[in-house]
Design a protein around this ligand. Structure first.
Ligand code: SAM
Length: 207
């Protein structure tokens, strides 16, 4: 059987790069996700620390946390995402780093280096067969007691990206390596994600 074209599989950076180059970035909110805005303004706001942002896209979420004192490194394998987020950081005069990497390679270079990992429409962007590897890579990037802060987009529509998921799947996949501190449906999603987004805070079980 022949291999799929790199532009047709979301496992490939070409798939995503083509979307950036043609302006087909419908996932991009043009601003940080409202639940992250709310989180950092709440009494439960996590204290600043070193944070990895996976599949950081145009960088809005990464820059929101950087603006609030987090030492942020955004990772994305699409060159245009890195160029655009770096340019936005410069324009907004916010200190954050954006590196072109495949997130599945990060543990070789960044194991145990982060207090936080931030997730927003990256889990739903990767093919389903990579979800276990995703959980392991988040675990490996975090320092002991580090936290995954995740806005999961969970829906039951077929195909993707965005690929669907369920709350019980998140529990099942993450529970072996993470204590699920909270995983709650949010009320301030953008229109096409209403009732489908869950804000999770998951602490890694690592000593
Ligand atoms: C749906 S977009 C979300 C971007 C951003 N998080 C947001 O919410 O605007 C998914 C992003 O993940 C990146 N991505 C997907 N798989 C990746 C991988 N294996 N390594 C690095 N980046 C990846 C894509 O290039 C794309 O920028």
């Amino acid at each position: 059987m022949s291999e799929p074209s790199p532009i047709s599989t979301p496992r490939s950076p070409h798939f995503w790069e083509e979307r950036y180059q043609t302006g087909s970035t419908r996932w991009d909110l043009g601003q940080p996700a409202p639940p992250f805005v709310q989180l950092l303004q709440s009494a439960d706001a996590p204290p600043p620390g070193r944070m990895a942002v996976l599949g950081s896209g145009k960088g809005h979420d990464a820059l929101w946390f950087a603006k609030h004192g987090f030492e942020v490194v955004g990772f994305d394998f699409a060159p245009s995402a890195i160029a655009q987020s770096t340019a936005l950081a410069e324009a907004q005069e916010i200190s954050a780093q954006f590196l072109q990497r495949d997130i599945f390679e990060l543990p070789h270079e960044f194991a145990n280096q982060f207090d936080y990992v931030l997730e927003h429409t990256c889990f739903c962007a990767i093919p389903l067969e990579l979800r276990s590897a995703y959980v392991h890579l988040v675990r490996d990037l975090l320092r002991p007691h580090g936290e995954l802060i995740a806005l999961f987009w969970l829906h039951d529509r077929p195909d993707g990206p965005p690929f669907g998921g369920r709350v019980d799947e998140i529990h099942q996949r993450f529970s072996p390596d993470f204590e699920i501190l909270s995983l709650k449906n949010v009320t301030d999603s953008v229109a096409n994600r209403q009732n489908e987004e869950y804000l999770g805070r998951l602490r890694v079980k690592k000593t």
